[in-house]
Design a binder for this molecule. Structure first.
Ligand code: NAP
Length: 241
């Protein structure tokens, strides 16, 4: 049985990297995917790739750190589709460096996108899930959300907050049919490092990074579970040998 067939899934940060891969894989599994991100050309491309696979997709431009934009886009999506079944909070930014190296603007941006973006999107879509007592929220966190790392103190801070949010929200919804879960991957081969101000591991040490496909497969495993099973948290690590 494929639990994703005809499910309506919203993926944030769907234009590139892991979010794009998750969008493609959801579509391969028969879900209708709504790609949400900042750059229109990227999400149009994703939508076209999905349509070329013979599946349905839609897209909305939205900066998840801007609460008005999030609420407006969520309203448009809910007006059009009446419901969503799956929300993947994937949009994220990373500025490399210790506490002393990352400036306040960069710190603010990471909290606004990684932490508040996740909260804003969940706040915008969760009430409709609650009305139906059905739905899944999957937060893309990072090992940086469960293990402190002084090489990126403020990214760690923004992600630990998402872990706390995920865990507490799961408890809050424990007696409902709504599932809340998270994945905690180590490094993934994406463009997130290119604008991080730090080392670009995709060029320097690509073998230490995971393929987005491998991480997305774990996301699919979580999202495909039967209604009464929640794979609530999985960390995903690269073996280097
Ligand atoms: N790559 C890793 O090593 C790694 C490891 C663990 C966890 N993660 C997490 O995985 C998630 C995806 O990261 P990735 O590696 O796939 O990065 P990526 O390739 O840079 O993709 C991130 C996507 O998020 C979008 N985005 C950024 N800020 C946004 C905003 N304010 N509103 C809407 N969309 C926004 C980006 O759009 P633009 O192109 O417009 O900026 C991009 O499409 C992030 O939450 C990240 O923290 C990554």
């Amino acid at each position: 049985m494929n639990n994703l067939q005809d499910k309506i899934a919203v993926v944030t940060g769907a234009g590139d990297g892991l979010g794009k891969q998750i969008s493609l894989d959801l579509a391969k599994n028969g879900a209708k995917v709504i790609l949400v991100s900042k750059i229109e050309e990227e999400i149009i491309k994703g939508k076209e790739e999905i349509e070329n696979m013979g599946e349905e997709a839609d897209y909305y431009m939205c900066d998840v750190s801007k609460v008005e934009e999030v609420n407006e886009v969520a309203k448009k999506i809910l007006d059009k589709y009446q419901k969503i079944d799956i929300l993947v909070n994937n949009a994220g930014v990373y500025f490399a460096g210790s506490f002393f190296e990352v400036n306040n603007d960069q710190a603010k941006k990471m909290i606004e996108v990684n932490t508040l973006g996740t909260i804003y999107c969940t706040k915008a879509f969760l009430p409709s899930m609650k009305e139906r007592n059905e739905g899944q929220v999957l937060n893309v966190v990072s090992v940086a959300g469960i293990e402190a790392n002084g090489e990126y103190t403020l990214y760690t801070t923004s992600k630990f907050a998402v872990t706390g949010f995920t865990e507490a929200l799961r408890q809050e919804l424990i007696n409902t049919k709504i599932k809340v879960s998270a994945i905690y991957p180590e490094g993934i081969r994406t463009n997130i490092f290119a604008n991080s101000g730090g080392r670009d591991y995709t060029k320097e040490e690509p073998n230490t990074l995971m393929d987005p496909k491998d991480v997305s497969e774990v996301a699919m495993l979580i999202l495909k579970q039967p209604a009464d099973i929640n794979l609530s948290r999985i960390d995903i690590r690269k073996k280097i040998f």
